[in-house]
Design a protein. Structure first.
Length: 384
């Protein structure tokens, strides 16, 4: 935690071809770390994006989160982490989860925690330079010097967990927890592998309002909306009609989604996850936009600062903010200013600001979500 009385401020991206430039800006603004989601059917490849960012930055932490174990052999993942650590020594961390869109867009349900636990245990052993069993065979990282970071590789490993099963895996194997759920009361993360109090990293979404704006204005909805839609998606996947129908616009959204042929419904439900509204989401936002203020970290600069400071007593050590909408540089800079980051007053965006009124987003409705007090906090969805 920083001396400011608020959590460490980091950022997280749905990786795109522009993300290396956005990470470079985030470093100048004073963000501590930059994470990239792992959802191959939806976003750019996080490893390629992070490798490019490593060459364009000097201090900001880098890492993929949350990695979905079923997408790669553990040797592949460990080798990629060791390579990134060699490119950005001392700056690499990662998180593992059960998979939301990383699995669901492939027509699969999230993984079982027992499978994630075995995978994390194996990757950690590989990063230490050990031989370890996998599928009945011994495996290890065998790269000679200069081909990856030396073992043991300096990589922090977190677990993306909202519920008790994931938290137990984090307590046993992780260096901290990445979560969409703000702690409620005494919600301990246990102790890390080092024995110290582990980081609790809260994903946050929303936008800093300009003077005269409210949380339902077109710019705010454009900068926040995809995450509010993503919350509906996750509630539908975990609780079905009973969960989503009671929310504003939920029944109409569900009925539209269920008119899609079952063989491709999973593609329609999660289209645009955390970056844009899918074809069924724009009508949803017309009714659900008033939820933005309560379900996301959206407010004035002073409001955001106060909300960040309130997370410290709850045990949150880090906030990972995901900027969204048509002007990512604006969102990064505004949130950095609200958080009082050292570079916020001096860093130049280095990127042309988007004139919102002239973009394709001008007539669409969007939204976003910190989820801390929302229905999404109870879905058990544990990564992007």
């Amino acid at each position: 935690m920083e001396d400011t009385g608020q959590p460490v401020i980091s950022c997280v991206f749905a990786p795109s071809l522009d993300t290396p430039a956005h990470i470079e800006l985030a470093e100048r603004l004073g963000y501590r770390r930059a994470w990239c989601y792992d959802s191959p059917a939806m976003y750019a490849d996080p490893w390629m994006v992070l490798a490019v960012a490593a060459g364009r930055t000097r201090t900001i932490g880098l890492g993929p989160a949350s990695l979905v174990p079923s997408l790669r052999h553990p040797v592949v993942t460990a080798a990629a982490l060791a390579t990134l650590s060699g490119l950005a020594p001392g700056r690499v961390s990662t998180a593992f989860g059960t998979g939301l869109t990383g699995r669901m867009l492939l027509g699969e349900r999230p993984m079982r925690w027992a499978e994630v636990e075995e995978y994390v245990r194996t990757v950690r052993a590989l990063l230490r330079g050990e031989e370890t069993p996998w599928n009945g065979n011994l495996v290890r990282l065998s790269q000679p010097p200069g081909f990856a970071a030396p073992r043991p590789a300096d990589v922090a490993v977190l677990v993306a967990a909202d519920g008790p099963l994931g938290r137990s895996v984090a307590a046993e194997l992780g260096d901290g927890v990445l979560t969409t759920r703000a702690p409620r009361g005494q919600d301990s993360t246990g102790s890390s592998q080092s024995g110290a109090e582990p980081p609790l990293v809260l994903l946050a979404f929303g936008t800093v309002l300009d003077d005269g704006e409210d949380a339902t204005c077109p710019r705010a909805v454009a900068a926040a909306g995809p995450a509010l839609a993503a919350a509906y998606h996750a509630i539908y996947e975990s609780k079905g009609a009973a969960g989503v129908d009671k929310l504003p616009g939920g029944r109409q959204w569900r009925e539209a989604a269920e008119r899609v042929d079952p063989s491709r419904r999973h593609l329609a439900v999660h289209e645009g996850h955390l970056v844009a509204l899918g074809p069924h989401d724009e009508a949803l936002l017309a009714q659900a936009a008033p939820l933005i203020a309560g379900w996301t970290m959206t407010g004035s600069r002073a409001d955001i600062g106060a909300r960040l400071r309130a997370l410290t007593p709850a045990g949150v050590t880090d906030v990972a903010y995901q900027p969204m909408g048509p002007d990512i540089p604006r969102e990064l800079a505004a949130f950095a200013a609200a958080a009082g980051l050292a570079g916020a007053d001096t860093a130049s965006t280095g990127l042309a600001s988007t004139e919102f009124a002239n973009t394709e987003f001008a007539n669409t409705e969007f939204a976003d979500t910190e989820f801390a007090n929302s229905e999404f906090a109870d879905t058990g969805a544990e990564d992007a």
